[in-house]
Design a protein around this ligand. Structure first.
Ligand code: ADP
Ligand code: MG
Length: 243
């Protein structure tokens, strides 16, 4: 009975998602069709139409990219990885984008190498989503702090704190719902995808936010204590881990 319940729950989530996708993709397609009609009737300003059509197609691509992450089998490439390293790589990747938006990213890592068993690309995707959301929550610039620490020696905590616009309660309640966005160019999929990835890694994601003050998103992930304190897992440690 429990299994049945889980299946029916999955079905309704899939159904909900499918309805959302159909709607989200139909809008830009309708727009593109309209512009093609206008253009074929010979009205001028074609350059502007091309630009709008290109941005609508880009939007469809963004939605599909995020959906593909959801569709992928979960945690296929699981291996011991150092979260500190992953975070540094992601920050390097997004630092110029942050600078362009006058956002300063400050990292405070209170751990040595912080090992978890994970799919590196998925965890990086989560960090990218959260950092992008923070940058987008700081329209006039500001500070994003990324903190890495331990809790009860076997849990890893990654905290993203921005001093941005914050999240009103009405939005907070809908976060994680597919396609819910407050942004003109948003997909409303980033947070849902992130939550799904963290949960598939046996972790949790929590939000604390205050309007006009800022937002803290906290990831709590199971660490691999066997690896703490070494710079890279040596062969013998990997074997110990594998039993
Ligand atoms: P998107 O970024 O495409 O809108 P997300 O799923 O990433 O979709 O986020 C959903 C919504 O949650 C955003 O539109 C925004 O309103 C809100 N949000 C997420 N992170 C933050 C943040 N750090 N500060 C303020 N609002 C946020
Ligand atoms: Mg986002």
């Amino acid at each position: 009975a429990e299994q049945l319940l889980i299946n029916s729950e999955k079905l309704s989530v899939a159904g909900q998602l499918a309805a959302g996708i159909a709607h989200e993709i139909r809008n830009p397609i309708t727009a593109i069709k309209g512009f093609i009609q206008l253009m074929s009737s010979g009205i001028a300003e074609k350059q502007l139409y091309y630009e709008i059509m290109a941005s609508e197609i880009e939007r469809i691509e963004m939605i599909l990219n995020e959906l593909l992450i959801l569709a992928k089998p979960q945690a296929v490439q699981t291996r011991p990885s150092d979260v500190r390293l992953l975070l540094n790589q992601v920050v390097t990747l997004l630092d110029s984008q942050a600078n362009m938006n006058n956002v300063q990213i400050i990292t405070g890592f209170d751990t040595g190498p912080a090992w978890i068993l994970c799919d590196e690309n998925q965890i990086k995707q989560v960090c990218i989503n959260l950092i992008k959301n923070a940058i987008e929550a700081l329209p006039g610039g500001g500070i994003l702090q990324i903190h890495l620490g331990h809790q009860e020696h076997d849990r890893l905590i990654v905290r993203f704190t921005d001093n941005g616009i914050g999240i009103p309660e009405a939005v907070l309640n809908r976060l994680g719902q597919p396609f819910y966005t407050t942004k003109e160019k948003g997909t409303g999929l980033g947070f849902m995808v992130s939550k799904k990835i963290i949960e598939s890694h046996n972790g949790t994601i929590t939000i604390r936010s205050k309007e006009n003050e800022g937002t803290t998103i906290e990831l709590n992930l199971p660490g691999l204590p066997a690896f703490h304190g070494s710079l890279s897992p040596s062969r013998s440690e990997v074997e110990v881990l594998g039993g």
